[in-house]
Design a protein. Sequence first.
Length: 142
Amino acid sequence: MRRYYDRYRQRRRGVGFIPIVILIVCALAVLFLYRETILGFLDENPDTAQYVPGFVTSALERDLEDWKQEDLQERYAQLNAEVQGWQIALETAAAQGQAKFEEVQNNLIEAKEALNETKEALDNLSEAGANLKGSVSGSASD
């Protein structure tokens, strides 16, 4: 029994490699997940920033800039799509307005032609009336 116990104690002497790796991974995960909070804290407390290694803050700042850039690009894409939608709507409205303008212009031209025809008919009628009046007065004097 003693022999088995000695082997067990010999294997269990150190902390072990796996728990140390797990702790390091957990610490890095916490830093990764809370990097914006850490940067905000460091911005609010500049005297604390002197205790944080420079490579950590520069990496966090780079990540924050990348996120801001991605957000700006997404916002630009959304606004660009919205502007294109409005541009298409304006072009459609302009095309409809142009078609309506051409329709009104054609109606105006037709109305003007009808007015000219009516004027010609009225002139012909008045000329015929004058001719009739002249022939009636000429036959009455005979």
